[in-house]
Design a protein around this ligand. Structure first.
Ligand SMILES: Nc1nc2c(c(=O)[nH]1)N[C@H]1C(S)=C(S)[C@@H](COP(=O)(O)OP(=O)(O)OC[C@H]3O[C@@H](n4cnc5c(=O)[nH]c(N)nc54)[C@H](O)[C@@H]3O)O[C@H]1N2
Ligand SMILES: Nc1nc2c(c(=O)[nH]1)N[C@H]1C(S)=C(S)[C@@H](COP(=O)(O)OP(=O)(O)OC[C@H]3O[C@@H](n4cnc5c(=O)[nH]c(N)nc54)[C@H](O)[C@@H]3O)O[C@H]1N2
Ligand SMILES: [Mo]
Length: 765
């Protein structure tokens, strides 16, 4: 365990920096996984729990949304190092009970960061903070539900409440939650997607007519070429490395587009194969393009221009299935190569080498994650990915397609279930018909808008179904002040986090079961379902005894709020909430009547591995856009500008965290031990700024609104990447991300490009 400085935060003075390793996984990953698991769960519970992860009769790993192998092809241990950490974090034996809250005032909790808070263990009983109180105190479940209902009924308008969701929520809980919110009368359903793959959803919906990826696991494993842009699978989707290894064995080539040379895409030692334990492992990336932050838009346009010049396009596919080709080709006719080189930081030779690999590929899979979505021109960049896939006819045929790699394990499913502030009309119509309730039609607030509404007092109640809104959202002081201004904050959570420490005037903590736990709501075992990144829906059933007998399921909590909220004269009372609460099969039955693709839901999740949802472009090259075809689009070349003496900072994940949950203080693949307050800077930039490795600096963000945003006390770590770029971990750097700095079209905070300057801490070294 890390020692603690007086404020309860980790002692960063023990930081150790070494060279980043060239390979990932291997036996050290197994050792790290076991260390975390045993530390949180003990030996016997670790073995019993980890055996059930991602098995056909087990529970879905909370770690990520990468699909499982087909049911017959699963290993005994179908999880990865970071999956084991995610499981251990939830199945920990540590507890946060009423005694803990009696000991720690809210002010005390607010003095701690997410690492300390998360390490305290699982929440065990409902807690309330009354107006003016210094401490959370126990409250009965029924009283808690009545308190929520009273506050909601007391609002002048339903739009004064916002209902956040984090993507770990099951399909069943998500469906009843959005139903509750819409029956109440608002579409204020901001979710973690707004900060994550929203740029993807917007770009794909406009261009191919559906906001989801078009590949299956088999496509990835049989691709000729895989482009991995703006994604760090070694840390965030480790099981993807196993798929990439299979693809390599089948002859695929891989291009990595990333400012950093991430260990996962170097050499991969598969811990589940003998040759991963000895020897050098598989070299995954054949070409690494160290792109400047935000340069992908320019790179993809340049690739498009080269493919056009070489005539390396699928004319038949373009003629039959697309619109917009002529405008696209004209748009690239006079591409400004100087600007391309400036934006990408790559040479024309490097760009041509990548383009030639695309030209020579019979089938290409395009993978991406936060490195593309969290930029000002994130939507435009992803539209350029689509342009390339369309040029090559790479949608709707084997071994090819679009592969946005999702974050939270059920973030895609939550959207399918209607967690969306801008729901489609057909969905609302279907809800109205199914439940006989009027539902609101005006779009609701997304994350950034919700923070604004809470800040001004336009929104007065915040409900969070999972997640850690305070730490995940941008502009931390602004977000925290917004939450504190609320009349009521309700956090439905498994573990303590910063969001509990920045309460509204009244605050509730409602503790729930995690996915690894048995759910006996209604008296018999319940299962839930989730959807992975490739639209596979399958069941999940937890094997463990609940962390506390007081815990309720998310479905139970949501339905119980509804039962308390809707009086008999309210149309919402017509929904059979008690039936839904106690029988998740009934929820699935209702889902199957509202959402296309879920027919015969109950039976199809009995099949090992579940079932795949329809995806017209993937299945039949049908594109449900307004034009009835896939759309090639034209976007202006946007180059992120960097004032003299400044750096472009990306905020990213270490190997020892799950978003705002910090597992530990190491980032093994980047050579960091015992610390998180580090800023990675190119060695020549370190020198040019008059600094040296190990110097203590404050990060100061520069943004057009004149506000000075700071994050203090970071150690400078010289690290290979394009000049002018820098990297530091989230959420410590969230105070630097301006609320107003968002992606055009998706409103996603630009967490991967923040203009900063480095100031020596305390004015000197
Ligand atoms: N263990 C673990 N697993 C996770 C998570 C976790 O925190 N921990 N989080 C989950 C969630 S919610 C998500 S969304 C995913 C996140 O998965 P990732 O998107 O892989 O997460 P990040 O750490 O944000 O990494 C972004 C990557 O993009 C690169 N990058 C940054 N800017 C640019 C750019 O402008 N261009 C290019 N080409 N590359 C760029 C960075 O160098 C880094 O390699 O992972 C999910 N899985
Ligand atoms: N600067 C910067 N900011 C970012 C990002 C970035 O790259 N840079 N990434 C963004 C992205 S991609 C995302 S997805 C968001 C993440 O935003 P969130 O999803 O809001 O954050 P998490 O850290 O995943 O939430 C962790 C909390 O969820 C609760 N929890 C865990 N499991 C369960 C469960 O089963 N049920 C319930 N009810 N609660 C549970 C626990 O209390 C835990 O403390 O952050 C975004 N913010
Ligand atoms: Mo995410």
């Amino acid at each position: 365990m890390a020692t603690r400085a007086p404020n309860g935060e980790p002692d960063e003075s023990r930081l150790e920096v070494s060279a980043a390793p060239e390979h990932s996984a291997g036996p050290r990953a197994v050792a790290a996984a076991m260390r975390h698991a045993v530390g949180q769960m003990g030996v016997r519970r670790s073995a019993a729990t980890l055996r059930r992860v991602n098995q056909a009769d087990g529970f879905d790993c909370q770690g990520c949304a990468w699909p499982d192998a087909e049911a017959g092809h699963r290993h005994v241990a179908e999880f990865c190092e970071n999956g084991a950490k995610a499981v251990a974090e939830e199945a920990t034996l540590r507890r946060v009970d009423a005694g803990f809250f009696a000991e720690h005032s809210v002010a005390d909790l607010a003095g701690h960061g997410d690492y300390w808070l998360g390490q305290q263990g699982r929440l065990t009983e409902p807690m309330v903070l009354r107006p003016g109180a210094t401490h959370y105190a126990p409250i009965g479940w029924d009283e808690a539900f009545a308190l929520v209902a009273d506050h909601l009924r007391g609002l002048d308008h339903p739009d004064q409440a916002v209902f956040y969701t984090s993507g770990r929520t099951s399909n069943e809980a998500a469906f009843v939650y959005q139903l509750l919110v819409r029956a109440f009368g608002t579409n204020n359903l901001p979710d973690c997607s707004n900060m994550c793959h929203e740029s993807t959803s917007v770009a794909l919906t406009e261009t191919i007519g559906i906001g989801k990826g078009s590949v299956t696991l088999t496509d990835v494993e049989t691709a000729d070429l895989i482009v991995v842009a703006g994604q760090n699978p070694g840390t965030n989707h480790p099981r993807m490395l196993a798929s990439l290894e299979v693809a390599k064995d089948n002859g695929a080539r891989i291009i990595s587009v990333n400012p950093l040379r991430e260990a996962g895409l170097g050499r991969f030692k598969n811990p589940q194969r003998p040759r991963g334990v000895v020897g050098h492992g598989t070299r995954l990336a054949d070409l690494h393009l160290p792109i400047r932050l935000g340069g992908d838009l320019a790179l993809f346009q340049a690739w498009g221009a080269l493919l056009l010049k070489w005539g390396a396009i699928d004319e038949e596919f373009l003629a039959e299935h697309t619109v917009g080709f002529t405008a696209y080709a004209e748009g690239l006719a006079d591409l400004d190569w100087d600007k391309v080189e400036e934006a990408t930081g790559l040479t024309r030779d490097q760009i041509e080498e990548g383009a030639a690999m695309i030209r020579d590929s019979a089938a290409t899979v395009w993978c991406w994650a936060m490195g593309l979505t969290q930029h000002r021109h994130g939507v435009a960049t992803i539209k350029e990915v689509v342009n390339l896939a369309l040029l090559r006819g790479d949608i709707g045929r084997p071994g090819a397609g679009l592969c946005p790699v999702r974050g939270h394990s059920n973030v895609q499913g939550d959207r399918t279930m209607g967690i969306w502030e801008r729901p489609p009309v057909w969905f609302l119509d279907a809800l109205e018909v199914e439940f006989g309730i009027p539902v609101p039609r005006e779009h609701g607030l997304d994350v950034v808008e919700a923070i604004r509404a809470l800040s001004t007092g336009a929104a007065r109640v915040f409900v969070g179904l999972g997640g850690n809104f305070a730490s995940a959202a941008p502009d931390t002081p602004v977000t925290e002040a917004a939450l504190r201004r609320a009349d009521l904050t309700v956090q439905i959570s498994t573990k303590l986090n910063r969001s509990h420490a920045v309460p509204g005037t009244t605050a509730l903590i409602l503790p729930v079961l995690g996915r690894s736990e048995r759910d006996l709501t209604g008296g018999s075992p319940q299962r839930v379902t989730v959807e992975d990144s490739m639209s596979m829906v399958h069941a999940s059933r937890g094997p463990l005894a609940p962390a506390s007998p007081e815990l309720r399921s998310e479905v139970d909590v949501v339905c119980s709020i509804a039962l308390a909220l809707f009086a008999e004269d309210h149309p919402g009372s017509g929904v059979p909430w008690e039936r839904l609460r106690t029988d998740y099969g009934e929820i699935r039955h209702r889902i199957s009547r509202v959402i296309p693709g879920f027919d015969d839901y109950e039976r199809r999740i009995d099949q090992p591995g579940g079932f795949v949802l329809p995806h017209p472009p993937r299945d039949a090259r049908v594109f449900p856009t307004a034009a009835g075809r896939a759309v090639l689009t034209v976007s202006p070349l946007d180059v992120l500008d960097l004032p003299e003496g400044h750096l472009l900072l990306q905020t990213l994940r270490s190997h020892d965290q799950y978003n705002t949950t910090i597992y530990g203080l190491d980032d093994r693949y980047r050579g960091i031990r015992n610390g998180r307050r580090v800023v990675f800077v190119h060695p020549d930039d370190v020198a040019d700024l008059g600094l040296a490795g190990g110097d203590l600096v404050d990060l100061v963000a520069v943004w057009g609104d004149g506000v000075e945003r700071r994050a203090d006390r970071f150690r400078v770590v010289p690290y290979d990447q394009p000049r002018g770029c820098a990297a530091a971990y989230y959420p410590e750097t969230n105070p630097l991300v301006p609320l107003g700095s968002v992606a055009v079209g998706s409103n996603t905070p630009t967490s991967k490009s923040v203009v900063v300057r480095l100031e020596p801490h305390g004015g000197g070294r």
